[in-house]
Design a protein around this ligand. Structure first.
Ligand SMILES: Cc1cc2nc3c(=O)[nH]c(=O)nc-3n(C[C@H](O)[C@H](O)[C@H](O)COP(=O)(O)OP(=O)(O)OC[C@H]3O[C@@H](n4cnc5c(N)ncnc54)[C@H](O)[C@@H]3O)c2cc1C
Length: 561
Protein backbone atom coordinates (compact mmCIF):
# COMPACT_ATOMS: atom_id res chain seq x y z
CA UNK A 1 0.00 0.00 0.00
CA UNK A 2 1.14 3.53 -0.65
CA UNK A 3 -0.15 7.08 -0.47
CA UNK A 4 -2.90 7.79 -2.99
CA UNK A 5 -3.04 10.96 -5.09
CA UNK A 6 -6.42 12.46 -4.21
CA UNK A 7 -6.06 15.81 -5.98
CA UNK A 8 -3.73 16.05 -8.99
CA UNK A 9 -2.97 19.54 -10.32
CA UNK A 10 -3.91 20.35 -13.89
CA UNK A 11 -0.48 21.31 -15.30
CA UNK A 12 -2.00 23.38 -18.08
CA UNK A 13 -3.30 25.91 -15.54
CA UNK A 14 -1.06 28.71 -14.18
CA UNK A 15 0.62 28.13 -10.83
CA UNK A 16 -0.03 31.66 -9.60
CA UNK A 17 -3.32 33.51 -9.18
CA UNK A 18 -3.88 36.73 -11.15
CA UNK A 19 -2.67 39.96 -9.51
CA UNK A 20 -5.18 41.44 -7.08
CA UNK A 21 -6.63 38.12 -5.82
CA UNK A 22 -7.13 38.44 -2.08
CA UNK A 23 -8.31 36.31 0.82
CA UNK A 24 -8.93 36.63 4.54
CA UNK A 25 -8.39 33.49 6.59
CA UNK A 26 -10.04 33.56 10.03
CA UNK A 27 -8.44 31.18 12.57
CA UNK A 28 -4.72 30.51 12.97
CA UNK A 29 -4.79 26.82 13.85
CA UNK A 30 -3.69 23.92 11.64
CA UNK A 31 -6.58 24.41 9.16
CA UNK A 32 -6.25 28.19 8.82
CA UNK A 33 -2.48 28.17 8.52
CA UNK A 34 -2.61 25.37 5.89
CA UNK A 35 -5.04 27.45 3.81
CA UNK A 36 -3.07 30.68 4.30
CA UNK A 37 0.26 29.04 3.36
CA UNK A 38 -1.08 27.64 0.06
CA UNK A 39 -2.84 30.87 -0.91
CA UNK A 40 0.09 33.13 -0.01
CA UNK A 41 2.55 30.93 -1.93
CA UNK A 42 0.31 31.21 -4.99
CA UNK A 43 0.41 35.00 -4.96
CA UNK A 44 -2.89 35.82 -3.23
CA UNK A 45 -2.82 38.77 -0.83
CA UNK A 46 -3.60 36.95 2.40
CA UNK A 47 -4.60 38.31 5.80
CA UNK A 48 -4.58 35.68 8.55
CA UNK A 49 -6.57 36.60 11.68
CA UNK A 50 -6.18 34.77 14.98
CA UNK A 51 -8.16 35.63 18.11
CA UNK A 52 -5.58 34.33 20.60
CA UNK A 53 -2.22 35.93 21.41
CA UNK A 54 -0.47 32.92 19.87
CA UNK A 55 -0.92 30.83 16.70
CA UNK A 56 -1.70 27.13 16.50
CA UNK A 57 -5.18 26.86 18.06
CA UNK A 58 -5.45 23.52 19.82
CA UNK A 59 -1.85 22.80 18.75
CA UNK A 60 -0.76 26.21 20.01
CA UNK A 61 1.95 26.78 22.63
CA UNK A 62 2.79 29.68 24.90
CA UNK A 63 5.59 30.58 27.36
CA UNK A 64 5.18 29.65 31.01
CA UNK A 65 7.44 30.31 34.01
CA UNK A 66 7.72 27.56 36.61
CA UNK A 67 7.89 28.57 40.30
CA UNK A 68 11.62 27.66 40.27
CA UNK A 69 12.12 30.37 37.61
CA UNK A 70 12.59 28.01 34.64
CA UNK A 71 11.02 29.25 31.35
CA UNK A 72 9.06 26.50 29.62
CA UNK A 73 6.73 26.59 26.64
CA UNK A 74 3.53 24.68 27.36
CA UNK A 75 0.67 23.62 25.09
CA UNK A 76 -2.86 22.21 25.12
CA UNK A 77 -1.49 18.70 25.22
CA UNK A 78 0.69 16.03 23.66
CA UNK A 79 0.03 15.44 19.93
CA UNK A 80 0.93 12.35 17.90
CA UNK A 81 2.02 13.21 14.34
CA UNK A 82 1.07 10.07 12.45
CA UNK A 83 3.04 9.21 9.34
CA UNK A 84 0.00 9.10 7.04
CA UNK A 85 -0.66 12.79 7.75
CA UNK A 86 0.54 13.55 4.19
CA UNK A 87 -1.15 16.95 3.88
CA UNK A 88 -0.14 18.23 7.31
CA UNK A 89 3.41 17.00 6.83
CA UNK A 90 3.60 18.73 3.42
CA UNK A 91 2.58 22.00 5.14
CA UNK A 92 5.03 21.38 8.01
CA UNK A 93 7.84 20.99 5.44
CA UNK A 94 7.49 24.73 4.84
CA UNK A 95 8.74 25.17 8.44
CA UNK A 96 11.44 22.50 8.12
CA UNK A 97 11.92 20.72 4.75
CA UNK A 98 13.43 17.63 6.44
CA UNK A 99 10.92 17.54 9.32
CA UNK A 100 13.99 17.07 11.49
CA UNK A 101 12.07 18.23 14.59
CA UNK A 102 9.87 15.13 14.41
CA UNK A 103 11.31 12.12 16.20
CA UNK A 104 9.81 8.61 16.21
CA UNK A 105 7.99 7.70 19.42
CA UNK A 106 9.14 4.17 20.06
CA UNK A 107 6.37 1.77 21.02
CA UNK A 108 2.73 2.68 21.51
CA UNK A 109 1.49 0.46 24.34
CA UNK A 110 -2.11 0.31 25.48
CA UNK A 111 -1.96 -0.27 29.24
CA UNK A 112 -4.67 -1.42 31.65
CA UNK A 113 -4.92 -2.63 35.25
CA UNK A 114 -6.61 -5.92 34.37
CA UNK A 115 -4.56 -7.13 31.41
CA UNK A 116 -0.97 -7.09 30.18
CA UNK A 117 0.15 -4.26 27.86
CA UNK A 118 -0.78 -4.39 24.20
CA UNK A 119 1.66 -2.86 21.72
CA UNK A 120 0.40 -2.42 18.18
CA UNK A 121 3.45 -0.76 16.65
CA UNK A 122 5.44 -2.56 13.97
CA UNK A 123 2.47 -4.38 12.44
CA UNK A 124 2.64 -4.79 8.64
CA UNK A 125 0.89 -1.94 6.88
CA UNK A 126 -1.03 -3.96 4.27
CA UNK A 127 -4.37 -5.53 5.07
CA UNK A 128 -5.15 -8.38 5.47
CA UNK A 129 -1.54 -8.94 6.64
CA UNK A 130 -1.95 -6.26 9.32
CA UNK A 131 -5.06 -7.99 10.61
CA UNK A 132 -3.50 -11.46 10.50
CA UNK A 133 -0.41 -10.14 12.32
CA UNK A 134 -2.68 -8.51 14.89
CA UNK A 135 -4.41 -11.83 15.53
CA UNK A 136 -1.08 -13.67 15.70
CA UNK A 137 0.53 -11.13 18.04
CA UNK A 138 -2.23 -9.70 20.18
CA UNK A 139 -2.83 -11.41 23.49
CA UNK A 140 -6.11 -9.51 23.70
CA UNK A 141 -7.59 -11.35 20.72
CA UNK A 142 -8.53 -14.95 21.37
CA UNK A 143 -9.96 -17.78 19.29
CA UNK A 144 -13.34 -16.78 20.75
CA UNK A 145 -12.98 -13.40 19.07
CA UNK A 146 -12.44 -15.12 15.73
CA UNK A 147 -15.22 -17.69 16.06
CA UNK A 148 -17.67 -15.69 18.18
CA UNK A 149 -17.53 -12.27 16.53
CA UNK A 150 -20.30 -11.09 14.29
CA UNK A 151 -18.53 -11.63 10.97
CA UNK A 152 -20.65 -9.22 8.99
CA UNK A 153 -19.88 -6.40 11.40
CA UNK A 154 -16.21 -7.38 11.52
CA UNK A 155 -16.18 -7.10 7.73
CA UNK A 156 -17.51 -3.54 8.05
CA UNK A 157 -14.17 -2.67 9.63
CA UNK A 158 -12.41 -3.99 6.53
CA UNK A 159 -14.99 -2.67 4.08
CA UNK A 160 -14.77 1.09 4.59
CA UNK A 161 -16.35 3.11 1.79
CA UNK A 162 -17.14 6.77 2.55
CA UNK A 163 -20.68 6.95 1.24
CA UNK A 164 -21.81 3.41 1.96
CA UNK A 165 -20.29 3.22 5.45
CA UNK A 166 -21.82 6.56 6.37
CA UNK A 167 -25.22 5.61 5.03
CA UNK A 168 -25.21 2.24 6.78
CA UNK A 169 -23.63 3.11 10.12
CA UNK A 170 -23.81 6.83 10.84
CA UNK A 171 -27.03 6.61 12.85
CA UNK A 172 -25.67 3.80 15.06
CA UNK A 173 -23.67 4.62 18.23
CA UNK A 174 -20.16 3.11 18.21
CA UNK A 175 -21.06 1.50 21.54
CA UNK A 176 -23.90 -0.51 19.99
CA UNK A 177 -21.67 -1.48 17.05
CA UNK A 178 -19.06 -2.80 19.52
CA UNK A 179 -21.73 -4.58 21.62
CA UNK A 180 -23.03 -6.38 18.58
CA UNK A 181 -19.54 -7.18 17.27
CA UNK A 182 -19.57 -9.73 20.13
CA UNK A 183 -15.82 -9.71 20.79
CA UNK A 184 -14.51 -10.53 24.25
CA UNK A 185 -14.44 -7.80 26.88
CA UNK A 186 -10.65 -7.85 26.83
CA UNK A 187 -10.43 -7.33 23.05
CA UNK A 188 -13.03 -4.60 23.25
CA UNK A 189 -11.38 -2.69 26.10
CA UNK A 190 -7.79 -3.14 24.91
CA UNK A 191 -8.27 -2.60 21.19
CA UNK A 192 -11.34 -0.44 20.65
CA UNK A 193 -12.27 1.64 23.68
CA UNK A 194 -8.96 3.48 24.02
CA UNK A 195 -9.08 4.08 20.26
CA UNK A 196 -12.65 5.47 20.34
CA UNK A 197 -11.81 7.85 23.18
CA UNK A 198 -8.88 9.35 21.25
CA UNK A 199 -11.56 11.16 19.25
CA UNK A 200 -12.65 12.91 22.48
CA UNK A 201 -15.99 11.04 22.59
CA UNK A 202 -17.28 8.23 24.76
CA UNK A 203 -18.31 5.30 22.51
CA UNK A 204 -22.03 6.02 23.22
CA UNK A 205 -21.70 9.51 21.73
CA UNK A 206 -19.65 8.57 18.66
CA UNK A 207 -21.14 7.48 15.35
CA UNK A 208 -20.20 3.93 14.33
CA UNK A 209 -19.47 5.25 10.81
CA UNK A 210 -16.87 7.63 12.27
CA UNK A 211 -15.35 4.78 14.30
CA UNK A 212 -15.06 2.60 11.17
CA UNK A 213 -13.65 5.52 9.14
CA UNK A 214 -11.03 6.24 11.82
CA UNK A 215 -10.18 2.54 12.13
CA UNK A 216 -9.55 2.57 8.38
CA UNK A 217 -7.56 5.83 8.47
CA UNK A 218 -5.32 4.98 11.42
CA UNK A 219 -5.03 1.22 11.12
CA UNK A 220 -6.41 -0.96 8.33
CA UNK A 221 -6.02 1.52 5.47
CA UNK A 222 -2.85 3.18 6.74
CA UNK A 223 0.08 2.66 4.33
CA UNK A 224 2.55 3.80 7.00
CA UNK A 225 1.65 1.34 9.77
CA UNK A 226 0.63 2.57 13.20
CA UNK A 227 3.84 4.45 14.05
CA UNK A 228 3.91 8.13 14.86
CA UNK A 229 6.38 10.90 15.57
CA UNK A 230 6.36 13.85 17.94
CA UNK A 231 8.30 17.14 18.04
CA UNK A 232 11.50 17.07 20.07
CA UNK A 233 10.87 20.62 21.24
CA UNK A 234 7.91 22.88 21.94
CA UNK A 235 5.38 23.48 19.14
CA UNK A 236 5.96 27.24 19.18
CA UNK A 237 9.68 26.99 18.28
CA UNK A 238 9.45 24.17 15.75
CA UNK A 239 6.12 24.88 14.03
CA UNK A 240 4.42 28.22 14.65
CA UNK A 241 7.32 30.67 14.65
CA UNK A 242 8.81 29.24 11.39
CA UNK A 243 5.33 29.06 9.83
CA UNK A 244 4.65 32.74 10.57
CA UNK A 245 8.08 33.63 9.09
CA UNK A 246 7.18 31.61 5.97
CA UNK A 247 3.88 33.48 5.64
CA UNK A 248 5.67 36.83 6.02
CA UNK A 249 8.15 35.83 3.29
CA UNK A 250 5.18 35.27 0.98
CA UNK A 251 3.72 38.67 1.75
CA UNK A 252 0.90 37.56 4.07
CA UNK A 253 -0.30 39.86 6.84
CA UNK A 254 -0.46 37.79 10.02
CA UNK A 255 -2.41 39.24 12.96
CA UNK A 256 -2.66 37.61 16.39
CA UNK A 257 -5.08 38.95 19.04
CA UNK A 258 -7.49 39.87 16.20
CA UNK A 259 -10.95 38.41 16.71
CA UNK A 260 -13.36 38.43 13.77
CA UNK A 261 -16.60 39.71 15.32
CA UNK A 262 -19.00 39.44 12.37
CA UNK A 263 -19.15 39.02 8.60
CA UNK A 264 -21.32 40.97 6.21
CA UNK A 265 -21.60 41.04 2.43
CA UNK A 266 -19.96 44.05 0.77
CA UNK A 267 -20.04 45.50 -2.76
CA UNK A 268 -18.45 43.76 -5.78
CA UNK A 269 -18.82 40.22 -4.42
CA UNK A 270 -16.62 41.07 -1.45
CA UNK A 271 -17.05 40.16 2.21
CA UNK A 272 -16.51 42.55 5.10
CA UNK A 273 -14.95 41.23 8.31
CA UNK A 274 -15.55 43.36 11.40
CA UNK A 275 -12.78 43.44 14.02
CA UNK A 276 -12.84 45.39 17.29
CA UNK A 277 -10.68 48.17 15.84
CA UNK A 278 -10.77 47.63 12.06
CA UNK A 279 -12.84 46.52 9.08
CA UNK A 280 -11.32 44.35 6.36
CA UNK A 281 -12.72 43.25 3.00
CA UNK A 282 -11.80 40.47 0.61
CA UNK A 283 -13.29 38.44 -2.23
CA UNK A 284 -12.50 35.12 -0.56
CA UNK A 285 -12.95 34.11 3.08
CA UNK A 286 -11.74 30.88 4.63
CA UNK A 287 -13.39 30.39 8.03
CA UNK A 288 -11.07 28.05 9.93
CA UNK A 289 -12.39 28.53 13.46
CA UNK A 290 -13.05 25.97 16.15
CA UNK A 291 -16.71 24.82 16.41
CA UNK A 292 -17.63 27.28 19.19
CA UNK A 293 -15.88 30.21 17.48
CA UNK A 294 -17.66 29.47 14.19
CA UNK A 295 -21.05 29.24 15.90
CA UNK A 296 -20.47 32.58 17.59
CA UNK A 297 -19.31 34.28 14.39
CA UNK A 298 -22.29 33.04 12.35
CA UNK A 299 -24.63 33.93 15.21
CA UNK A 300 -23.29 37.52 15.11
CA UNK A 301 -23.69 37.76 11.31
CA UNK A 302 -27.44 37.99 10.52
CA UNK A 303 -27.02 38.92 6.85
CA UNK A 304 -24.68 35.99 6.31
CA UNK A 305 -27.30 33.69 7.85
CA UNK A 306 -29.95 35.03 5.48
CA UNK A 307 -27.71 34.60 2.43
CA UNK A 308 -26.48 31.15 3.45
CA UNK A 309 -29.29 29.24 5.22
CA UNK A 310 -27.66 25.87 4.60
CA UNK A 311 -24.39 26.99 6.22
CA UNK A 312 -26.33 28.59 9.09
CA UNK A 313 -28.22 25.34 9.70
CA UNK A 314 -25.08 23.20 9.58
CA UNK A 315 -23.22 25.50 11.95
CA UNK A 316 -26.16 25.64 14.38
CA UNK A 317 -26.21 21.81 14.42
CA UNK A 318 -22.47 21.53 15.20
CA UNK A 319 -21.87 19.94 18.56
CA UNK A 320 -18.89 19.95 20.86
CA UNK A 321 -17.50 16.79 22.47
CA UNK A 322 -17.56 16.37 26.28
CA UNK A 323 -14.79 18.17 28.18
CA UNK A 324 -11.25 16.85 28.27
CA UNK A 325 -8.65 17.42 30.97
CA UNK A 326 -4.89 17.75 30.47
CA UNK A 327 -2.58 17.90 33.49
CA UNK A 328 1.14 18.55 33.22
CA UNK A 329 2.98 17.40 36.38
CA UNK A 330 6.51 18.28 37.36
CA UNK A 331 7.53 15.46 39.74
CA UNK A 332 10.48 15.29 42.14
CA UNK A 333 11.62 11.90 40.80
CA UNK A 334 11.65 9.84 37.64
CA UNK A 335 9.25 7.03 36.77
CA UNK A 336 10.52 3.46 36.22
CA UNK A 337 12.94 3.19 33.28
CA UNK A 338 10.73 0.71 31.40
CA UNK A 339 7.82 3.16 31.12
CA UNK A 340 7.10 4.05 27.48
CA UNK A 341 7.31 7.65 26.31
CA UNK A 342 3.61 7.51 25.39
CA UNK A 343 1.07 5.03 26.75
CA UNK A 344 -2.63 4.89 25.94
CA UNK A 345 -4.57 3.91 29.05
CA UNK A 346 -7.81 1.96 28.90
CA UNK A 347 -10.33 0.59 31.39
CA UNK A 348 -9.97 3.57 33.78
CA UNK A 349 -12.85 5.99 34.33
CA UNK A 350 -10.66 9.10 33.85
CA UNK A 351 -7.09 8.47 32.67
CA UNK A 352 -6.81 8.12 28.86
CA UNK A 353 -3.07 8.50 28.26
CA UNK A 354 0.21 9.35 29.94
CA UNK A 355 3.21 10.93 28.25
CA UNK A 356 6.73 11.16 29.70
CA UNK A 357 7.58 14.64 28.40
CA UNK A 358 11.07 14.48 29.86
CA UNK A 359 11.80 11.57 27.52
CA UNK A 360 10.33 13.35 24.54
CA UNK A 361 11.10 17.03 24.24
CA UNK A 362 14.33 18.84 24.99
CA UNK A 363 13.16 21.64 27.34
CA UNK A 364 11.50 19.08 29.67
CA UNK A 365 14.51 16.77 29.32
CA UNK A 366 16.79 19.63 30.45
CA UNK A 367 14.54 20.47 33.41
CA UNK A 368 14.46 16.80 34.51
CA UNK A 369 18.23 16.44 34.12
CA UNK A 370 18.81 19.51 36.31
CA UNK A 371 16.25 18.59 38.97
CA UNK A 372 16.37 14.79 38.96
CA UNK A 373 12.61 14.81 38.41
CA UNK A 374 10.18 13.92 35.66
CA UNK A 375 7.59 15.76 33.56
CA UNK A 376 4.41 13.76 32.95
CA UNK A 377 1.27 14.73 31.08
CA UNK A 378 -2.02 13.01 31.88
CA UNK A 379 -5.01 13.20 29.52
CA UNK A 380 -8.65 12.42 30.21
CA UNK A 381 -10.99 12.38 27.20
CA UNK A 382 -14.77 12.57 27.60
CA UNK A 383 -13.94 13.40 31.20
CA UNK A 384 -16.73 12.75 33.73
CA UNK A 385 -15.08 14.81 36.49
CA UNK A 386 -16.54 18.32 36.98
CA UNK A 387 -13.35 20.41 36.93
CA UNK A 388 -9.59 20.44 36.33
CA UNK A 389 -8.54 19.81 39.94
CA UNK A 390 -10.85 16.85 40.49
CA UNK A 391 -9.90 15.40 37.09
CA UNK A 392 -6.21 15.72 38.02
CA UNK A 393 -6.54 14.01 41.38
CA UNK A 394 -8.62 11.21 39.83
CA UNK A 395 -6.06 10.71 37.05
CA UNK A 396 -3.21 10.67 39.60
CA UNK A 397 -4.95 7.96 41.65
CA UNK A 398 -5.47 5.85 38.54
CA UNK A 399 -1.87 6.38 37.44
CA UNK A 400 -0.61 5.28 40.87
CA UNK A 401 -2.50 2.01 40.43
CA UNK A 402 -0.80 1.44 37.07
CA UNK A 403 2.65 2.91 37.84
CA UNK A 404 3.06 2.44 41.63
CA UNK A 405 6.28 4.47 41.74
CA UNK A 406 4.25 7.64 41.13
CA UNK A 407 2.28 7.18 44.40
CA UNK A 408 5.14 8.45 46.54
CA UNK A 409 6.40 11.09 44.12
CA UNK A 410 5.83 14.71 45.13
CA UNK A 411 4.33 17.08 42.63
CA UNK A 412 6.57 20.17 42.56
CA UNK A 413 4.23 21.97 40.22
CA UNK A 414 1.18 21.22 38.12
CA UNK A 415 -0.64 22.90 35.27
CA UNK A 416 -4.17 21.64 34.74
CA UNK A 417 -6.54 22.45 31.90
CA UNK A 418 -10.16 21.45 31.49
CA UNK A 419 -11.98 22.48 28.33
CA UNK A 420 -14.54 21.44 25.74
CA UNK A 421 -13.23 22.54 22.35
CA UNK A 422 -13.17 19.32 20.30
CA UNK A 423 -15.91 18.64 17.76
CA UNK A 424 -18.31 15.78 18.45
CA UNK A 425 -19.28 13.17 15.86
CA UNK A 426 -22.56 11.97 17.32
CA UNK A 427 -24.70 9.32 15.64
CA UNK A 428 -26.83 10.69 12.80
CA UNK A 429 -24.86 13.91 12.23
CA UNK A 430 -22.68 13.14 9.18
CA UNK A 431 -25.08 14.70 6.68
CA UNK A 432 -25.52 17.82 8.81
CA UNK A 433 -21.87 18.75 9.26
CA UNK A 434 -20.54 21.85 7.49
CA UNK A 435 -18.81 21.13 4.19
CA UNK A 436 -15.84 23.02 2.81
CA UNK A 437 -18.04 24.74 0.19
CA UNK A 438 -20.96 26.78 1.43
CA UNK A 439 -24.03 28.43 -0.04
CA UNK A 440 -22.36 31.82 0.53
CA UNK A 441 -20.30 32.44 -2.59
CA UNK A 442 -16.68 33.14 -1.64
CA UNK A 443 -16.90 31.60 1.86
CA UNK A 444 -15.22 28.27 2.59
CA UNK A 445 -15.10 26.36 5.89
CA UNK A 446 -12.05 24.47 7.21
CA UNK A 447 -11.41 22.57 10.43
CA UNK A 448 -11.40 19.12 11.96
CA UNK A 449 -15.22 18.99 12.07
CA UNK A 450 -15.76 19.59 8.33
CA UNK A 451 -17.33 16.82 6.22
CA UNK A 452 -14.59 16.05 3.70
CA UNK A 453 -14.77 14.02 0.52
CA UNK A 454 -11.66 12.12 1.69
CA UNK A 455 -10.95 9.95 4.73
CA UNK A 456 -8.75 11.75 7.29
CA UNK A 457 -8.83 12.44 11.03
CA UNK A 458 -7.87 15.08 13.60
CA UNK A 459 -4.90 17.29 12.55
CA UNK A 460 -4.82 15.72 9.08
CA UNK A 461 -8.52 16.48 8.58
CA UNK A 462 -7.83 20.10 9.59
CA UNK A 463 -4.86 20.46 7.24
CA UNK A 464 -6.66 18.72 4.37
CA UNK A 465 -9.76 20.88 4.78
CA UNK A 466 -7.53 24.00 4.74
CA UNK A 467 -5.75 22.91 1.56
CA UNK A 468 -9.04 21.92 -0.12
CA UNK A 469 -10.49 25.34 0.80
CA UNK A 470 -7.40 27.01 -0.70
CA UNK A 471 -7.79 24.82 -3.80
CA UNK A 472 -11.35 26.00 -4.21
CA UNK A 473 -10.10 29.61 -4.18
CA UNK A 474 -7.33 28.70 -6.66
CA UNK A 475 -9.95 27.06 -8.91
CA UNK A 476 -12.09 30.18 -8.86
CA UNK A 477 -9.04 32.29 -9.70
CA UNK A 478 -8.07 29.93 -12.55
CA UNK A 479 -4.89 28.55 -10.95
CA UNK A 480 -3.80 24.92 -10.63
CA UNK A 481 -4.63 23.01 -7.45
CA UNK A 482 -2.23 22.09 -4.68
CA UNK A 483 -1.71 18.30 -4.83
CA UNK A 484 -3.33 16.29 -2.03
CA UNK A 485 -2.37 12.77 -1.00
CA UNK A 486 -4.14 10.41 1.38
CA UNK A 487 -4.70 6.85 2.47
CA UNK A 488 -6.52 4.48 0.06
CA UNK A 489 -10.13 5.59 0.14
CA UNK A 490 -11.70 2.13 0.27
CA UNK A 491 -11.21 -0.81 2.58
CA UNK A 492 -10.06 -4.18 1.28
CA UNK A 493 -13.57 -5.66 1.46
CA UNK A 494 -15.48 -2.57 0.28
CA UNK A 495 -16.92 -4.53 -2.68
CA UNK A 496 -17.95 -7.47 -0.53
CA UNK A 497 -19.64 -5.42 2.19
CA UNK A 498 -21.70 -3.65 -0.49
CA UNK A 499 -23.43 -7.04 -0.93
CA UNK A 500 -23.70 -8.08 2.72
CA UNK A 501 -24.56 -4.67 4.17
CA UNK A 502 -28.36 -4.78 3.75
CA UNK A 503 -28.47 -7.86 6.03
CA UNK A 504 -26.08 -6.30 8.52
CA UNK A 505 -27.96 -3.02 8.70
CA UNK A 506 -31.23 -4.85 9.31
CA UNK A 507 -29.62 -6.79 12.15
CA UNK A 508 -27.98 -3.88 13.94
CA UNK A 509 -30.63 -1.19 13.50
CA UNK A 510 -33.27 -0.94 16.16
CA UNK A 511 -35.21 1.48 14.03
CA UNK A 512 -35.22 2.69 10.46
CA UNK A 513 -32.41 5.03 9.51
CA UNK A 514 -33.37 8.66 9.91
CA UNK A 515 -33.06 10.54 6.61
CA UNK A 516 -29.80 12.45 6.19
CA UNK A 517 -30.70 16.02 5.40
CA UNK A 518 -28.03 18.48 4.35
CA UNK A 519 -25.37 17.21 2.00
CA UNK A 520 -27.90 14.71 0.75
CA UNK A 521 -29.18 14.28 -2.72
CA UNK A 522 -32.22 12.07 -2.99
CA UNK A 523 -33.11 10.58 -6.35
CA UNK A 524 -36.75 9.50 -6.53
CA UNK A 525 -37.43 6.95 -3.82
CA UNK A 526 -33.89 5.70 -3.77
CA UNK A 527 -31.89 7.15 -0.84
CA UNK A 528 -28.59 7.06 -2.66
CA UNK A 529 -26.75 10.04 -1.34
CA UNK A 530 -23.44 11.60 -2.01
CA UNK A 531 -21.81 14.57 -0.35
CA UNK A 532 -21.90 17.55 -2.69
CA UNK A 533 -18.22 18.23 -2.38
CA UNK A 534 -17.38 14.69 -3.51
CA UNK A 535 -18.73 15.40 -6.96
CA UNK A 536 -16.56 18.44 -7.55
CA UNK A 537 -13.24 17.82 -5.90
CA UNK A 538 -12.32 14.15 -6.20
CA UNK A 539 -9.32 12.93 -8.09
CA UNK A 540 -8.55 15.88 -10.27
CA UNK A 541 -8.00 19.56 -10.27
CA UNK A 542 -11.40 21.17 -9.97
CA UNK A 543 -9.82 23.67 -12.35
CA UNK A 544 -11.18 27.00 -13.37
CA UNK A 545 -14.38 28.87 -12.98
CA UNK A 546 -16.58 25.84 -13.66
CA UNK A 547 -16.00 24.81 -10.05
CA UNK A 548 -17.78 27.95 -8.89
CA UNK A 549 -21.51 27.47 -8.77
CA UNK A 550 -23.17 29.62 -11.41
CA UNK A 551 -25.20 32.75 -10.87
CA UNK A 552 -28.63 31.21 -10.51
CA UNK A 553 -29.32 33.07 -7.31
CA UNK A 554 -30.67 36.60 -7.05
CA UNK A 555 -28.12 37.55 -4.38
CA UNK A 556 -24.58 37.87 -5.79
CA UNK A 557 -23.20 36.42 -2.55
CA UNK A 558 -25.37 33.32 -2.62
CA UNK A 559 -24.53 30.08 -4.37
CA UNK A 560 -26.81 27.17 -4.98
CA UNK A 561 -24.18 25.04 -3.20
C1 LIG B 1 -5.24 17.74 24.26
C2 LIG B 1 -5.33 17.48 22.79
C3 LIG B 1 -4.64 16.42 22.23
C4 LIG B 1 -4.74 16.15 20.87
N1 LIG B 1 -4.01 15.12 20.33
C5 LIG B 1 -4.00 14.95 19.00
C6 LIG B 1 -3.16 13.98 18.40
O1 LIG B 1 -2.44 13.27 19.11
N2 LIG B 1 -3.15 13.85 17.04
C7 LIG B 1 -3.95 14.63 16.24
O2 LIG B 1 -3.91 14.49 15.02
N3 LIG B 1 -4.77 15.56 16.78
C8 LIG B 1 -4.82 15.73 18.12
N4 LIG B 1 -5.63 16.68 18.68
C9 LIG B 1 -6.58 17.38 17.79
C10 LIG B 1 -5.94 18.56 17.07
O3 LIG B 1 -5.35 19.44 18.00
C11 LIG B 1 -7.01 19.29 16.30
O4 LIG B 1 -7.66 18.37 15.42
C12 LIG B 1 -6.46 20.43 15.42
O5 LIG B 1 -5.42 21.14 16.07
C13 LIG B 1 -7.59 21.36 15.08
O6 LIG B 1 -7.09 22.42 14.28
P1 LIG B 1 -8.09 23.47 13.63
O7 LIG B 1 -7.28 24.45 12.89
O8 LIG B 1 -9.14 22.72 12.88
O9 LIG B 1 -8.85 24.14 14.86
P2 LIG B 1 -8.26 25.02 16.07
O10 LIG B 1 -6.92 24.53 16.45
O11 LIG B 1 -9.31 25.04 17.12
O12 LIG B 1 -8.08 26.46 15.43
C14 LIG B 1 -9.13 27.39 15.34
C15 LIG B 1 -8.56 28.76 15.62
O13 LIG B 1 -9.56 29.73 15.39
C16 LIG B 1 -9.36 30.77 16.33
N5 LIG B 1 -10.58 31.55 16.44
C17 LIG B 1 -11.77 31.20 17.00
N6 LIG B 1 -12.65 32.18 16.87
C18 LIG B 1 -12.03 33.19 16.20
C19 LIG B 1 -12.43 34.47 15.75
N7 LIG B 1 -13.69 34.92 15.94
N8 LIG B 1 -11.54 35.25 15.10
C20 LIG B 1 -10.27 34.81 14.88
N9 LIG B 1 -9.85 33.59 15.28
C21 LIG B 1 -10.70 32.79 15.92
C22 LIG B 1 -9.03 30.00 17.61
O14 LIG B 1 -8.40 30.86 18.56
C23 LIG B 1 -8.10 28.92 17.07
O15 LIG B 1 -6.76 29.33 17.09
C24 LIG B 1 -5.55 16.96 20.04
C25 LIG B 1 -6.24 18.05 20.60
C26 LIG B 1 -6.13 18.31 21.95
C27 LIG B 1 -6.86 19.50 22.53
Amino acid sequence: MRAHALVTPNRSLPHMVPPGANAIVVGGGVAGVAAAVVLAERGARVILLEAAEYFGGRLGAWPYRLPDGTEQVVEHGFHAFFRQYYTWRAILRRADPDLSFLVPVAGYPVIARRWPDEDLTGLPSTPPLSLLALFARSASLSLRDVTGADRMLAMELLGYHAERTTRALDHIPAERFLDQLRITERARVMLFEAFARSFFCAPGGLSAAELVAMFHFYFLGNPEGLGFDAPDTDYRSCIWQPMVRHLHRHGAVVRAASTALSIEPAVDHQWRVQLADDVLTARHLVLALDPRGLKQLVENSPRLRRIAPRLAGQVAALSVAPPFAVSRLWLDRDVAPERATFSAVTGEPALGSVTCYHRLENPSRRWAAASGGAVLELHSYACAEPDAMRATSRMREELAALWPETRTASVLHQLCRYEATAPAFPPGHAGRRPEMRTDARGIRIAGDFVYLPFCAGLMERSAMSGVLAANDVLAEEGAAAEPVFGVPQRGLLAGWTALTRPMMVGAISESRQPPIRNGTEIYGNDHRWRPRSLAASADSDPGGPAAVPGGASADPHQTDG
